[in-house]
Design a protein around this ligand. Sequence first.
Ligand SMILES: [Ca+2]
Ligand SMILES: [Ca+2]
Length: 69
Amino acid sequence: MANTKPTVAQAQAVLDTMDINKDGFVSRAEFVERMLEQGFKETTLNQLLDEIDTDEDGTISAEEYLRRL
Ligand SMILES: [Ca+2]
Ligand SMILES: [Ca+2]
């Protein structure tokens, strides 16, 4: 990715592609499923999710996603 940080809108667009059941939230399970397709390991993803989901509500918001990039 380039040096410029993506905007909230861009992050939301990425998250929308991960929102499998289209409820407007990316759950940890949805995130893991999409990232496994990208070749990430599940243990790595669970650690990553613990870091991303700072409010621990079980979903990834655009703000949380951006903060971790
Ligand atoms: Ca969802
Ligand atoms: Ca969260």
